[in-house]
Write a protein that binds this ligand. Structure first.
Ligand SMILES: Nc1ncnc2c1ncn2[C@@H]1O[C@H](COP(=O)(O)OP(=O)(O)OP(=O)(O)O)[C@@H](O)[C@H]1O
Length: 301
């Protein structure tokens, strides 16, 4: 569904049973800057949705609004059919932060970070019970981090750090998980593990909203895509929204975009390559290919 001029309010506001429904959301920061204006989209439950846009397009602001960290000047956000405050009170939303948002020098063990996901389940004194320890152990096992549970977080690799914060979200047992750049600084194997885990969580009926510059992976694992540039330009099933025209609208001249005319002996082919800083996205005959060749095996930064 493309909404270049008039945001489509109908789908978002009408679908009270949806995972996340944002209607006409506007955020104005204290300095007067309007970071997002009239943003409207809806994502059903049991979905992995990509949030795609250039630096400064408003992705983190949208996350902050869904987490209740910034106030809406106008509009409405509903999570699992209810207001954000209620979703937060019921611990329905978990957040997996960007690496830059975390103080890695803070002396804390892997298992302590994951236990933070249980805080909302504990009493005032935050004394973990058997169920909390079990939830932490299960979450660490699910991301293959059990062996490193006694390590300081500062001693981990980029991919391991991401998995610890994913485990924290799992321990929280939230229904909605917001992931800010989960693939940055992560090798291809870890990326595949994270994608497998997200698919499992989707099949459990959870909602994942994933901000990513990893365009090549979006058609592969995201059912829905939201394209953002100060407002929502387009949203809906990835096959409908992740089009060359929409990406050009979202990225303008920022991405490297080549059109090659096929192999010399054969029929000329129009191949477009969108390459941000991660796996490139290849369009062949105007359609996004599901998976592009990996460009390396090491950690990508
Ligand atoms: N606290 C703030 N006060 C004022 N302006 C802000 C604040 N935080 C962000 N902005 C501005 O709001 C706009 C959106 O920023 P935001 O961080 O949401 O973008 P983003 O899409 O997450 O970017 P990136 O991909 O670089 O993380 C930018 O122009 C940014 O400069």
């Amino acid at each position: 569904m493309t909404v270049p001029v008039v945001p489509q309010v109908r789908a978002a506001s009408a679908d009270a049973g949806s995972g996340i429904a944002v209607t006409g959301a506007t955020v104005v920061y204290r300095n007067g800057h309007t970071a997002i204006r009239d943003a409207t989209f809806a994502i059903p439950t049991g979905t992995i949705a990509a949030l795609v846009g250039v630096n400064g397009s408003g992705k983190s602001t949208l996350f902050k609004a869904i987490m209740g960290f910034v106030r809406l000047a106008r509009g409405d956000i509903r999570v699992l059919g209810g207001p954000v405050e209620e979703a937060l009170r019921r611990r329905l939303i978990a957040y997996v932060p960007q690496a830059e948002e975390v103080d890695w020098n803070f002396p804390v063990l892997v298992e302590d970070v994951v236990m933070m996901g249980r805080y909302g389940h504990m009493g005032m004194m935050r004394i973990p019970r058997k169920a909390d320890h079990e939830a932490v152990a299960a979450a660490l096992a699910r991301v293959n981090m059990s062996e490193l549970r006694k390590r300081q977080i500062g001693e981990l690799s980029g991919g391991q750090r991401k998995r610890v914060f994913l485990a924290r979200a799992l321990a929280q047992d939230s229904r909605v998980i917001l992931l800010d750049e989960p693939f940055t600084g992560v090798d291809v194997k870890t990326e595949d593990q994270i994608v497998t885990l997200l698919r499992e969580l989707r099949d459990e009926g959870r909602v994942m909203l994933v901000s990513t510059h990893n365009l090549g992976s979006v058609p592969e694992f995201c059912d829905q895509t939201i394209l953002i540039k100060g407002t929502v330009l387009a949203y809906g099933p990835t096959v409908e929204t992740f089009t060359q025209a929409n990406l050009e609208m979202a990225f303008g001249g920022v991405l490297r975009h080549f059109v090659l005319n096929g192999d010399p002996g054969g029929k000329p082919q129009a191949i477009g390559v969108f390459s941000d800083d991660e796996r490139p996205l290849v369009f062949q005959d105007g359609r996004a290919t599901a998976r592009t060749p990996d460009t390396g095996n090491g950690d990508r930064h």
